[in-house]
Design a protein around this ligand. Structure first.
Ligand SMILES: *[C@@H]1O[C@H](CO)[C@@H](O)[C@H](O)[C@H]1NC(C)=O
Ligand SMILES: *[C@@H]1O[C@H](CO)[C@@H](O)[C@H](O)[C@H]1NC(C)=O
Ligand SMILES: *[C@@H]1O[C@H](CO)[C@@H](O)[C@H](O)[C@H]1NC(C)=O
Ligand SMILES: *[C@@H]1O[C@H](CO)[C@@H](O)[C@H](O)[C@H]1NC(C)=O
Length: 440
């Protein structure tokens, strides 16, 4: 671990009150030494959109339109590999659950192609954004710093999509053909391919090693905090009896911010990250947090989960912002991607919606995801002190795509339908155009 990164919250004890006061003091000092107005204009609240500007809500305020031209003349799918042709991909670098990620693993759903891959997102009128370019995203990942993706299996969908979007200029580890049984906790990485034709045109930071410095890393972290931290928060705020068990034995994966902020700040050549991209919501349920389930309450206890989520995300934001200050390098940024519910009965859907449809059955915690998102947005919204943490409400394009799910469930999102690729496009734009002062 980089010795310059003393974390405020080592060990299990989280002193919520004490920490809050300490953070407020630091924040006050920090805010005085920097410009508050730039924070405000970054979010597009005050200033009208400048040329080349597309605030998150302007991006999301659009619609799905048919692509003018498809990348192939194929009209019918007869083998899994046709999915790549419909998507216009040569291949994907990641080898994990390859055809599952491409929604090409079930012959009985091949009739979803080319329909699912024939749409593009047309952002709202107030959005002025460059088209996506693979070479420009690669340049950003090398010259401005890579992306550390922290989240659950939906964030893993995003990682896989990046491995297609950036192919053939990247290679992925681990190789799941050689190691099919690796645990979900295993880090996954994209590296620049040593044969990439872009290499002569990139300006590498000193110490960058093409074979060992990742451009993108995914770590499976379902709750953004680890279990002891969430238990401490619950005990501190709610004083349950000693025999109380907050967690059921439902499986989940998580890490403490201590662990992934250490990864985020790894020095070259092991790390060159510029942006931490997080998302959470799907695992904050009354089944995983079984102690909060209440079968006699009308809401089954989800209000208690939402309350714990709010308390937890405040601690999370304190911990992450403090780690950034203490590091001495405040150019790094943290982006929260709004979480997504799935779509009920998704496999009978064959095209995008123009308006979002309400739930009929209310599976899982899907009807509550909007509330989790609203809470997370509120926790970090200006004028909060979390200057490096930015909430991106860019969930609407995905909400309008019931036809873009994996074949086996209605939560996970297929690569190549434009949803995951839109996240990469917009986040790249946001980092390079809406937050220009992060460019080193
Ligand atoms: C969305 O777009 C419509 C029409 O272009 C516009 O009237 C509306 O103000 C926009 N809303 C937001 C939040 O940008
Ligand atoms: C599709 O077919 C037309 C006519 O044969 C041809 O000109 C065009 O190049 C083909 N497009 C692709 C993407 O293969
Ligand atoms: C990059 O890392 C590899 C593997 O550790 C090593 O063999 C190589 O010498 C490094 N290259 C440079 C330029 O340091
Ligand atoms: C469960 O909900 C019922 C109905 O709202 C309430 O009376 C009861 O106190 C709750 N139980 C617990 C353990 O919170």
């Amino acid at each position: 671990m980089d010795a310059k990164v003393p974390f405020g919250l080592r060990g299990r004890t989280i002193k919520l009150i004490g920490l809050g006061a300490f953070v407020s003091l630091l924040l006050t000092l920090y805010t005085y030494s920097s410009s508050v107005s730039s924070t405000v204009s970054r979010f597009g609240f005050k200033t009208p959109p400048a040329q080349g500007s597309c605030p998150p809500r302007a991006w999301a305020n659009g619609s799905w339109t048919r692509k003018a031209e498809l990348p192939t003349n194929l009209t019918r799918m007869t083998k899994s590999a046709d999915a790549l042709e419909f998507m216009g991909y040569e291949a994907c670098a990641s080898s994990r659950e390859y055809w599952w990620h491409l929604a090409a693993d079930k012959e009985e759903q091949w009739d979803r192609f080319p329909g699912a891959t024939s749409w593009e997102w047309t952002p709202g009128d107030d959005c002025d954004i460059r088209p996506f370019a693979r070479s420009a995203l690669l340049r950003h990942l090398v010259e401005d710093g890579g992306w550390l993706l922290i989240g659950d299996s939906v964030t893993e969908n995003h990682f896989f999509s990046l491995s297609c979007l950036l192919y053939p200029d990247v290679r992925a580890t681990p190789d799941y053909n050689l190691n099919p049984y690796l645990d979900r906790a295993s880090p996954q990485n994209l590296y620049l391919d040593p044969n990439s034709e872009l290499i002569p045109y990139l300006s590498f930071p000193p110490g960058f090693n093409v074979s060992t410095t990742p451009l993108v890393t995914f770590r499976r972290v379902d709750l953004l905090l680890d279990r002891p931290e969430i238990e401490d928060i619950y005990h501190e705020m709610h004083h349950p009896p000693p025999e109380f068990n907050l967690f059921s034995d439902e499986a989940y994966w998580s890490l403490s911010p201590r662990d992934y902020m250490e990864i985020f700040y790894r020095p070259l050549p092991e790390g060159n990250y510029g942006t931490l991209i997080v998302s959470t919501g799907g695992h904050w349920t009354t089944t995983l947090l079984g102690g909060l389930r209440n079968n006699t309450a009308a809401d089954n206890g989800i209000a208690a989960v939402l309350e714990l989520f709010q308390e937890s995300m405040r601690v999370w934001a304190d911990e992450v912002q403090q780690a950034i200050w203490h590091s001495g390098d405040t150019s790094k940024q943290v982006v929260i991607r709004a979480y997504l519910p799935g779509h009920e009965d998704c496999h009978s859907q064959r095209q995008p919606w123009t308006e979002y449809q309400p739930f009929r059955w209310g599976w899982y915690n899907w009807p509550d995801i909007k509330d989790f998102n609203a809470i997370f947005e509120e926790v970090v919204a200006p004028p909060s002190p979390y200057r490096n943490i930015h909430y991106l409400p860019i969930d609407r394009p995905a909400l309008l795509r019931p036809d873009a799910h994996a074949t086996g469930d209605c939560l996970h999102i297929m690569s190549g339908a434009g949803v995951l690729e839109g996240w990469s496009h917009y986040i790249w734009h946001y980092l390079t155009h809406e937050l220009p002062d992060r460019i080193r």
